[in-house]
Ligand binder design. Sequence first.
Ligand code: FES
Ligand SMILES: [Fe+2]
Length: 381
Amino acid sequence: MTDGRLHLSAEALERVRRPLKQAWTLPPAAYTDESVYALEVERIMRRSWLPVARVDQLAAPGDYLAFDLFGQPMMVVHGADGAIRAMSSVCLHRAAPVVAEAKGRRSLFTCPYHAWAYDTAGQLVRAPLMDGASGFAERDCRLPRFPVEIWEGFVMVNLDPGAAPFAPTVETYRRYFASYRLADMVVVRTLDYAHDWNWKCLVENFMEAYHHIAAHGQTLEPAFHAADSRIPDNDGPWSILHMPAAHPHAEGGLPLIEGLEPWQQNDLVAAAVFPHFLIAVQGSAVFWYQLFPRAACRLDLRIHVCVPAATAARPDIDELAAATAELVALIHGEDIAVNDLVAQGLAAPATGQGRLSPLERSIWQLNQWWLDRMTGGAPAP
Ligand code: FES
Ligand SMILES: [Fe+2]
């Protein structure tokens, strides 16, 4: 529970609210304080559309992914009727989750405690030894559902039953990526990480190319110069970082996505839908950074390498995907090093806010969106 107030000083927040050229970062407590995190969960995470799967990860009836989403054990399931649903995985009897964090294929979800069994739509179909319970009927029991929207092949879930639709809020953003045909992508590799960082540290790191000059000095900077990066205005809860390539696309590796403009074949584009739906697209693949914030300074991360279905069907895909994953791990290793430093610095007593570079417009965009939600329009205390 929170008291519903954001305990950051009005003076600090005023600096965040300034136009980009005068703006400062969020104060350190925004990244380290558990009460701020609890308010984020209440105000942002439980009210936002979050990507929980790709439809290709749930290709057949009975396929499911189970996970904890901000304290809600849940599963997304490809039903026997073909529909993809998100539902609570908490048993309706005495609250044991019917399935652990996992993935698999099942026709029934049987609770490990007293063996109540649910079908792929969450309907209770068997409750042993309940004959004497008056007025009890299995048909009246169904696991609670959450809103689901399939967007460009991503399964988006919202914990708020009254959530407004997702797609209209990202229409401009969607058009930007239309020729990449995101809906046609499939996951060919996933890398798992656990980090002692606030989730915003990763979003910020992902959404600026300024750090290429130091953190990726030998890797990304020679190919995508920090100084060339640009970030357009947004008209919704999203940000796009365009990193023009210094050199044309080199042959070899994964084949190019068909139908791209020349600049799309070469350039790297990182994109965020707030709070933390992150993708990086490049001429041949999409890298989906799936974040699972766990605490103020705790984050699980899955990086998925996604390619067009036709590429995934190639006989040499294992080799190509492994080489791409190796590159992703190399770059992320460089980011781990600097994010670990930031986490250390943010926790220090003498640390304050810092000035933003004009190259960090995405961070500024995120901060404005974040403050709108965290303060609910009310003046800070
Ligand atoms: S708690 Fe699930 S069957 Fe009892
Ligand atoms: Fe980086």
